[in-house]
Design a binder for this molecule. Structure first.
Ligand SMILES: Cc1cc2nc3c(=O)[nH]c(=O)nc-3n(C[C@H](O)[C@H](O)[C@H](O)COP(=O)(O)OP(=O)(O)OC[C@H]3O[C@@H](n4cnc5c(N)ncnc54)[C@H](O)[C@@H]3O)c2cc1C
Length: 258
């Protein structure tokens, strides 16, 4: 159920507020998670699975870095927030966050917002994440796991170097209504299908037609090319646009165009 209290929560603050980074976790070779706690001890506003916060760092001279958005990547009813940041080699803030921010530092964040949210439905839920686009999918899986919805969780990554949240996804897989499929597009020689991952290669239209429910509600996020392919495969499968939901991490591209 979409709870409007979560959107209008009165402990949402305006603008940026200092938060303590009380834990950092290296999720894989490129992604670091930051666990954040409020410095004033106030209860954190709840959020809806799929929403993001905007983050910036205060510099030593009291100026601020440019802000960037990061999806909350955890269960929505925790006492902390978690974001998971992929280090972009030529990136501005992601590199700073992953290389410089340590436990005990502060980050400035906004309250959660965003319209890419899990809708109230009983339809099978299909969550498809490419690379770091898995963050909203993971939160949505946590949100739906205790419902009766069937959850299809599809994760596409090059190989184990980019395989975040492996333990968390394995735990979710212990639930009868959750089925995870991991694609490695470029497995290392030592990585075996059936052990380290499920399927070698990209998510194909044929695989989607054979394995995904036609009456499902679809959510996806990932790199632009991945999103274009998934979108056009869903259209080819005859999925109605009202059941196709996606989030772009990069601005300025219309994936619905061929
Ligand atoms: C709603 C939303 C949610 C998001 N959630 C997440 C999330 O959960 N996790 C996450 O990691 N990211 C997320 N992002 C993306 C994030 O906001 C940043 O865009 C990302 O971290 C890159 O920011 P940056 O400052 O490091 O890179 P920028 O400096 O903004 O660069 C952006 C891209 O351009 C490339 N680039 C920069 N300079 C050059 C150059 N000179 N030549 C070639 N390429 C260049 C960089 O490699 C990078 O890929 C989200 C974005 C949105 C809009």
């Amino acid at each position: 159920m979409i709870d409007t209290n979560k959107i209008n929560s009165n402990n949402k603050w305006k603008g940026f507020k200092d938060f303590l980074v009380y834990k950092t976790v290296k999720e894989d070779g490129v992604v670091t998670s930051f666990y954040l706690k409020s410095l004033d001890g106030n209860k954190l506003p709840e959020f809806i699975a799929g929403q993001f916060i905007t983050v910036r760092i205060k510099n030593e001279d009291n100026t601020f870095t440019k802000p960037r958005q990061y999806t909350l990547s955890m269960n929505s009813n925790e006492e902390f927030y978690r974001i998971s940041v992929k280090r972009e080699e030529n990136g501005y803030l992601s590199k700073k966050l992953c290389d410089e921010i340590k436990e005990g530092d502060n980050l400035q964040i906004t309250a959660p917002l965003g319209n890419f949210i899990l809708k109230d439905s009983e339809k099978p839920l299909v969550l498809i994440g490419g690379g770091i686009g898995i963050t909203p999918m993971l939160t949505m899986a946590y949100d739906a796991i205790n419902s009766n919805r069937e959850i299809y969780f599809i994760y596409s990554i090059p190989n184990a170097t980019h395989h975040s949240f492996r333990g968390e996804i394995e735990k979710l897989n212990n639930n009868n209504n959750f089925k995870s499929t991991v694609f490695y597009t470029r497995p290392l020689e030592t990585e075996k299908p059936g052990e380290d991952f499920d399927i070698k290669g990209r998510i194909s239209k044929e695989w989607m037609i054979e394995n995904l429910p036609k009456d499902g509600q679809f959510y996806f996020c990932g790199p632009v090319l991945f999103m274009k392919t998934v979108y056009h495969n869903l259209i080819a499968m005859g999925i109605e646009k009202e059941n196709i939901n996606f989030e772009m991490f990069e601005a300025g591209v219309d994936i619905t165009k061929e």
